[in-house]
Write a protein that binds this ligand. Structure first.
Ligand SMILES: *[C@@H]1O[C@H](CO)[C@@H](O)[C@H](O)[C@H]1NC(C)=O
Ligand SMILES: *[C@@H]1O[C@H](CO)[C@@H](O)[C@H](O)[C@H]1NC(C)=O
Length: 507
């Protein structure tokens, strides 16, 4: 090994020790309350004795072709708006707001942290830059002024912050939900109360009280006071059809992600924890739909090939945003019935409705008018005999007409004890293709997520230590081939010690 490799190894070691110490210190309060290392378990409801609280017997709700009992929202994360990075980062966010939001038109947008990058040009030191926050605020105000928008801080938004009151806590002045967050002391909630149910959404700010500088900033940190408030907020769970919890930090504070999406089903809490990929590098956004209380989602990437370079601070002197040219994404398909069996929540979803349903249902988001789209549906590899059509709301002024497509089907014709596949393919006149494939069951069972190492790591209960930032790894890996060995060691260190990088949403 070269001399520099040894130096890096040594640094990894020192960082690990330091991280252990910081972790130990920052969780002292949690340990004192006797709640153990995994604070989330405090909120887990005891497993209910019966298999499912839902009964098909008296359920008169039938999934048919009407565009009702359906809403959807969009989640993005890790924007890392940066005044230094020309690729990704700010540009991705601008394209999302400019070109994607008008097509998707969700009920609301939620941003789970790391709104800005707060790193210097060499990515070594951290600092809160007002320009980055100005771009964030102005992009929303000028590009999504009518969109309900909820946000929260991530670890980057807390770099070098002495306190919430600090003048460099720009979230306080530029964050859309800063007032809610301040009033709720780190937690706030909002609700959707359409005629067909009550849905609750909870956002948690898990910034450490005192934001440490890089690279010691990976720990989500809830004080016992905040946790008590969270427990309180989540208590009357039964009054809601569904509760969604959003936080920048995975609830086990120990997730390792290389831009890969981590998903995990928690058998104790009967909840799903779904990590979301980042907006900054991968341009990922998620659309979550709740259709007749069945939750489905799709993670989509921006069509990055269509992007041209753009100024890193896209603000004109008068404060207007300099928008990039619009892009035209391929159609996005989100199947809501039959729901994907890998993400089934038998304790929280009326899964029997799939089996009793009269129509296949899916959403198509596209800038192309519905009549010009070519839509094909395959079940278990066979073309579905009936064509899918766009479902139009009967009311004259629908507040929110979802781009719902339906096709009649008879699920009783399918083997109830088997896994089935559904494939939907949407083609535009200019040849762009949007596809969705999922697996489903008709016997209310869920199937393994098969998340591989991702699922293993997010679900295992190893004690966590963060040693090292992946940025360093990328940086040196890409710039110096000799660093490969060191990089490998770093990766192994990171995997074994585990890292907390992604943002999460718990449903
Ligand atoms: C369904 O409704 C009937 C009649 O109201 C009632 O007797 C029965 O207990 C109900 N079943 C369930 C599972 O709630
Ligand atoms: C929401 O919950 C209420 C009360 O349990 C129920 O009557 C209603 O059908 C649910 N909504 C949907 C869309 O299932």
């Amino acid at each position: 090994m070269t001399k520099s490799s040894w130096t890096w190894l040594f640094l990894v070691f020192i960082c690990s020790l330091r991280a252990c110490y910081l972790y130990w210190q920052s969780t002292a309060e949690l340990r004192a309350t006797g709640s153990g290392f995994v604070p989330w378990h405090r909120f887990h409801q005891p497993a209910s004795p019966q298999l499912s609280p839902f009964s098909s017997e008296n359920d008169t709700t039938i999934i048919d072709s009407t565009p009702s009992n359906l809403f959807y929202f969009t989640q993005i994360s890790d924007l890392h708006l940066s005044k230094f990075r020309a690729r990704g980062h700010t540009l991705h966010f601008l394209h999302f707001v400019r070109s994607i939001l008008p097509i998707v038109n969700p009920n609301f947008v939620v941003v789970t942290g790391d709104l800005t990058d707060a790193k210097d040009i060499r990515r070594i030191t951290s600092q809160q830059y007002k320009e980055e926050w100005d771009v964030y605020r102005q992009t929303i105000e000028q590009g999504a002024q009518y969109m309900p928008w909820y946000d929260m801080r991530g670890n980057h938004d807390c770099f070098d912050l002495p306190s919430w009151q600090s003048h460099v806590n720009f979230y306080r002045t530029h964050g859309k939900s800063a007032d809610l967050m301040e009033a709720g002391q780190g937690i706030y909630e909002w609700q959707l109360t359409p005629s067909y149910g009550k849905y609750r959404f909870v956002a948690i700010d898990a910034c450490p009280k005192r934001g440490p500088s890089r690279p010691f900033n990976f720990f989500g940190y809830l004080t016992s006071k905040t946790m008590d408030r969270l427990a309180q907020v989540l208590q009357p769970e039964s009054h809601y059809n569904h509760t969604f919890v959003f936080s920048h930090y995975p609830t086990t504070t120990m997730v390792f992600g290389l831009g890969e999406v981590l998903k995990w089903y928690d058998p104790n809490g009967h909840s799903l924890e779904l990590e979301l990929g980042d907006m900054m590098a991968h341009g990922v956004y998620r659309i979550v739909a709740v259709d007749h209380d069945l939750i489905s989602f799709v993670d989509v990437e921006l069509p990055r090939k269509q992007f041209a370079l753009h100024p890193t601070i896209p603000l004109k002197p008068n404060g207007e945003i300099l928008w990039p040219a619009r892009i035209h994404p391929a159609p996005i398909v989100l199947i809501t019935n039959p729901k994907d069996a890998r993400y089934a929540l038998p304790h929280k979803e009326p899964l029997h409705r799939i089996q009793q349903s009269q129509h296949i249902r899916f959403l198509i988001f596209s800038h192309v008018p519905p009549k010009d789209l070519e839509v094909s549906v395959m079940i278990d590899g066979e073309p579905h005999p009936v064509a899918a059509t766009r479902s139009i709301s009967k009311t004259t002024h629908p507040p929110h007409d979802p781009p719902l497509w339906t096709a009649p089907w008879d699920p009783s014709q399918l083997n109830q004890a088997r896994l089935h596949t559904i494939d939907i393919r949407v083609t535009t006149p200019d040849g762009q293709v949007g596809k969705s494939s999922t697996v489903f069951r008709l016997d209310n069972r869920r199937v393994r997520i098969a998340g591989g190492p991702g699922e293993f790591i997010i679900s295992s209960n190893m004690i966590i230590v963060v040693s090292y930032t992946l940025d360093y790894y990328y940086y040196y890996y890409l710039t110096d081939k000799k660093m490969i060995l060191t990089s490998l060691i770093c990766i192994i260190t990171c995997i074994t010690l585990s890292i907390n990088l992604n943002s999460s949403a718990q449903y």
